[in-house]
Structure formats: structure tokens, C-alpha cells
Design a protein around this ligand. Sequence first.
Ligand code: SAH
Ligand code: SF4
Length: 343
Amino acid sequence: MQKTVLTKLSKDELIDFIVSKGEKKFRAEQIFSWIWAKGASSFGDMTDVKKEFRTFLNENCLILDSKIKTRQISKDGTIKYLIEFADGNCAETVLMRFDNRSNLSMCVSSQVGCKMGCKFCATGKNGFKRNLLAYEIVSQILHAQIDTGLKITNVVFMGQGEPLDNLENVKEALKLINKNLQISIRRITLSTCGIVPKIIELSKNDLLPTLAISLHAPNHILRKEVMPIENRYNIELLHDALKQYNLATKDRVTIEYILIGGFNDSVECAKELINYLKDLKCNINLIPYNPVKGDKFKKPNKNDMLKFKYLLEQSGKKVTIRLERGSDIDAACGQLAGKNLSS
Ligand code: SAH
Ligand code: SF4
């Protein structure tokens, strides 16, 4: 008989299930809390549940049906996990500890592979396999919490896949992260390559994460050279959608801009970018290009990067350069190939 996977069930479904097995409702609430709040990795941990019922759970249920297949730890403390799902597909997830230890960010994957084909990114190179279900997205956080014993405080949808190409599951995952894992929506960021109608749809959602946009170029011509999505939804349509998101959240969006040496890091590009962003409420996050095997792109040189940042700052926007995390274990932005290492 197939075991029931408890993290697949909503809170109400879990309560109904436990009650249908002859236990009281408060017992179900305890089990819910063991799984979602206390990070139980096995039914044996659930010390306030009586032994016979723990045995029943052990024989008939699973907390998670995925597992950590590999774990790599960077010298900067970043941990990259390869998670294997029940059907054998794998995706990577990255835990970033910053110096301020109270802040633990989890970078989750939303798909196995990606269809979007951005030229600078490793994720799409092995093609697209499938969408992840909501509980599979959230299981990445649970695995990291169980593995480290630490509570994740921030979640970024910046792992493998395009979250807005899997919006139904991602919306459900936002709910689980917010309600079950008790992470404030203000601490959740969703990054997209710019699927315009889905940005509009997300702007009408109950839970509104911070939106990060992979812009990476200041105009149509350059953007379409590296991002095929620009042929479907161009940078002007994207601009309108971002304004709408600004209106819906009354908050800033984050503009992500990979600096690629000699491609989009000139003074002219900076000026064009300032013009494009002038009526948007946004912060700008510059990402030095992380080399991907077989790519023709170059890292930016340090002076060009600082000049670019300085020019943008003069426009009055907040500009940060993204810290490179975990590049020694291929965990930096764009490097998540999600290869099943044993195959
Ligand atoms: N699909 C979403 C989220 C995942 S990518 C998106 O594209 O936004 C997370 C971030 O890493 C994106 O901003 C992406 O453009 C960036 N990225 C991809 N390849 C990169 C590379 N080689 N170097 C630096 N950043 C990269
Ligand atoms: Fe997909 Fe994002 Fe990589 Fe583009 S940058 S291929 S959208 S994961």
C-alpha cells in the first residue's frame, strides 16, 4: 500500500486524516506543528504522540517523499543541496548564511529545468523536465531546516526554473511558506524573466511577494540577444507590468541586472537603464556575471562595474552589487544545472 505523504496535505486535510484514524483533533494539531514548526524528521521525534500511534504513522505515512541526494558546502558557508523527488527527478536548492546569522535565506527551485533559454544561464541547458508541485517547492526548505536544525527566515524563488511559468503551484507554495512555515510575505522574493501576463496575474494575488525582474539589458535589441522571452513580451510591455506591480504593492520591485563584460556594462547602457527606470519604484541589484561552462560571456571588470553602479546611484536609486555566494560549488546565480550527479 502506498504511504500517505503528510506534507502533501493541507492543515484541514491532515486533521481529517488523523481524526479518521481514531485520534483527537488536538493530536492532529500537534503533528502539524511537529512537521511545519518544529522540523521533525521522523515520527520518532514526536514525543508527545503516543507510541502506538507513532507506530501506525511510521507504517502508513511519510513526512516527506523526497530526499537530500547530495550536499555541498562552500567555503563561505553556503550549502547547496540536490533534492531527489519521488519520481527520481532532481533540483537544486541553496541555503545562504550571511554574516548576520539571524538572517538565513533559502533559494528554491520552482521547476526541474527551465524552458526560457536565457543564453547566460546554466539551468535551461539540460532542457525542461517538469513543474514542481507546491509541496515539492516547500520541501526544499523543510529539508534544509531538518538538515541544519536552523530556521529559514527568507525565501527567494531564484533557483532553477521560471516561477511564473508554474504560477498555480508557486501561489500555493507562497501560501504554505507564509501560513505553515510562518515566514512573512515581505521576506519572500520571486524572480522572473518577465512573463508579462503572469506578472499582472500575480499583482492580483492575496499574497504579494517582492518582485525581482531579470532585466539584464536596457533596450529591446540587446535584451533579445540574450533573453528569448523579449521576443514575446518586450521591455516596454514589461515596464507597464512593473508599474502595475508597484501600484498593487505600493512597494519597490527589484531590478536584477547581470553585468556582462563588454556587452551591457557601458556608460551608454547605464544612461539608457536610468531612463528606462525613471518612473518605476525600484532598487537595483547588479549581478557580476558568473561564468557558465561553454559560454562566450565575460565577467565585467571591477572598474566598469563600480562606474556603472555610481552612475545609477546618481539617479537616486538604491543600488547594490550582489555578493557572489558559493561559486566554488557552482551554487552562484545562474550556475544551478541540477545535474543528477550519480547519473
Ligand atoms: N527564472 C527566474 C529565476 C531564476 S534565475 C529568473 O530568471 O529571474 C535567478 C537569477 O540569476 C536571475 O536574475 C538570473 O537571470 C540570474 N542568472 C542567470 N544566469 C546567471 C549567470 N550566469 N550569472 C549571474 N546571474 C545569472
Ligand atoms: Fe530560466 Fe531564469 Fe535561467 Fe532564464 S535565467 S533560463 S528564466 S532560470
